[in-house]
Structure formats: structure tokens, C-alpha cells
Design a protein around this ligand. Structure first.
Ligand SMILES: Nc1ncnc2c1ncn2[C@@H]1O[C@H](COP(=O)(O)OP(=O)(O)OP(=O)(O)O)[C@@H](O)[C@H]1O
Ligand SMILES: [Mg+2]
Length: 269
């Protein structure tokens, strides 16, 4: 029953971005959170990582209650959570090399690490996301979008997190590049077995890599289940519309879905 309210002030009223949302992510599980722009996905992801305050109900992250938490009490937990941001160009400091960007979590959470160990670990991380070690010396703008998002994944995994929050990690990418990064995500998740909250507005993407899916709409969780349940027998009209909007290669199937979408629009209107 998580609530997240953005406080108003200066004549603005409070805004409830998340209302009574309930779900859980088990160890090693990938949970896909899908929903249209503004539905509250990033708000939930940020609250899990302690970047936005959870205001009501309960949010337990790695057994730690986030509603009413003290910053100090959370800091040992923060290092157990990785975060991959929506926009890789904006999330890297342009004045740092890729190697330094990937090493940022060590500078914050592992200050006793020697420079040599840090360098070794950065190269391992770049290797695990299939980037050549020479890229460590490049600056963020010297990488392609897909390469930058790989580097961002490397940084998210730097501290070997138990939980990774990935906020639309591939949305800014071209479809073919997106597919490669998603493949890499699946491979890394199999290898390191971290739990993940994978946020996307694309139901097809979420279905490809999630164990379970939650559909968010205007801050409320409308539907939850395995991909098969959510895509196969959606209980909610909004989910049905989302599914109807997915591109499918089969033209007959596509026509059927379009008909379904039209039918739904007519009933809604
Ligand atoms: N700091 C803030 N103060 C007030 N309102 C905010 C703040 N951040 C987000 N919101 C509002 O909360 C709602 C949810 O925003 P959020 O960023 O979680 O959406 P989202 O589902 O991630 O959307 P997108 O797919 O576009 O990234 C939006 O209506 C947004 O305008
Ligand atoms: Mg968002």
C-alpha cells in the first residue's frame, strides 16, 4: 500500500504520484514495471533506491523500511542497490572518463580500495558488458548511445548489487541496438542473479525479460502477473489496450488487435 506524494508549496498543491501500490520482488527475480509516461514508474524506482521519499503505507527494501527512514540508517543499504538511469548521456559526468564514471560507486562506497584494484575491477566490468578496455580512457560523448548504456549498466553492477533498478535503460536507443542491450541485460542477470526492477513503457520489452509484470496507470497498479497472465488474459481494459498497441509480425493477428483496440475505444468513449 505504498503512497508517494510530492509536496506542493508556493501555492501548488501536493501531488499524489503513487497510490496504494503493492508488489514484491523476490531475490533473483526480474519484475517488469510498465505504464505510460507520467504513471509513476520512475517515482517508484527512485523511492526504492532512497532517492525519493516514500510517504505512506510501507516500502521494505532489503528488509529496511523506507517510509520515515533516516538517511544515515539507509546508507549501508544503498550500496547493495544498483541504479541504471533512463538517459545515459545525462547520467554521466562529461568531465570524467568512462573508467572514472564506472568507478564512481567505489569512490563513494569503497574508499579503502586501492587505485590498482579499482582499475582492475573497472576493466572486468567493462569486459562483462562487452566494451573493449581501451574505452575506459574515452569520455562519455565519445561513445555511441548503446555503448554508453552498456557503460551505465557496468556502473550499476559495480558493487555487485542484490537489487538493480533499471529505469528505461534502453528507451533512448534504436530498436536493433536496444535488442542487443536487452540481451546483455538477460545474460548479466543470469550470471550475477541480482533481483531487478525493470522499468519500461514498452510491454514487449518487459515481457521479454521479466519473471512477473506489473501494469501501472495514474499511480495505481492495475494488473500483475506473469507475462503469460498479463498478455494472455489481461483483466483490465487499459492492459488490453496496451497489448493491442504492440506491434506483431502477423498481419492477421495485427488486424484482430486493431479491431480489439477500436472496440475498446468505442466502449470507453
Ligand atoms: N519532483 C516532482 N514534483 C512534483 N511532481 C513530480 C515530481 N516528479 C515527478 N512528478 C510527477 O509525478 C508523476 C509521475 O512521474 P514519474 O516520473 O514517476 O513518471 P514515469 O512513469 O516515470 O513517466 P516516464 O515514462 O515519462 O518516465 C508525473 O505526473 C510527474 O509530473
Ligand atoms: Mg520515468
Amino acid at each position: 500500500n505504498l503512497d508517494i506524494v510530492y509536496p506542493g508549496g508556493f501555492g501548488r498543491s501536493d501531488f499524489q504520484a503513487v497510490s496504494s501500490v503493492s508488489f514484491d520482488i523476490k531475490a533473483g527475480e526480474v519484475y517488469g514495471l510498465v505504464g505510460e509516461s507520467g504513471s509513476g514508474k520512475t517515482t517508484i524506482g527512485r523511492a526504492i533506491a532512497g532517492l525519493t521519499r516514500a510517504s505512506g503505507g510501507s516500502l521494505k527494501v532489503l528488509d529496511h523500511e523506507m517510509v520515515g527512514f533516516k538517511e544515515k540508517a539507509f546508507s549501508p543499504i544503498r550500496r547493495r542497490i544498483g541504479f541504471v538511469f533512463q538517459d545515459p548521456a545525462a547520467s554521466f559526468n562529461p568531465h570524467l572518463t568512462i573508467g572514472e564514471c564506472v568507478a564512481e560507486p567505489f569512490a563513494i562506497h569503497k574508499r579503502d580500495m586501492t587505485a590498482k584494484d579499482r582499475e582492475k575491477r573497472v576493466l572486468e566490468l567493462l569486459d562483462s558488458v562487452q566494451l573493449p578496455s581501451a574505452y575506459a580512457a574515452r569520455y562519455p560523448h565519445e561513445l555511441s548511445g548503446g555503448q554508453r548504456q552498456r557503460a551505465s549498466l557496468a556502473r550499476g553492477l559495480a558493487l555487485d548489487p542484490e537489487l538493480l533498478v533499471a529505469d528505461e535503460p534502453t528507451s533512448a536507443l534504436d530498436v536493433s541496438v536496444q535488442a542487443k542491450v536487452l540481451e546483455l541485460f538477460v545474460e548479466l542477470q543470469n550470471r550475477f542473479d541480482f533481483a531487478a526492477l525493470f522499468i519500461s513503457h514498452d510491454l514487449a520489452v518487459v515481457d521479454m525479460l521479466s519473471d512477473r509484470i506489473g501494469v501501472l496507470f495514474h499511480g495505481e497498479l492495475l494488473e500483475e502477473g506473469t507475462g503469460e497472465q498479463v498478455l494472455g488474459s489481461p483483466s483490465n481494459d487499459y492492459t488490453k489496450r496496451l497489448i493491442a498497441s504492440l506491434p506483431v509480425p502477423d498481419p492477421d493477428e495485427q488486424a484482430k488487435r486493431r479491431g480489439l483496440a477500436r472496440g475498446l475505444r468505442t466502449t470507453a468513449g
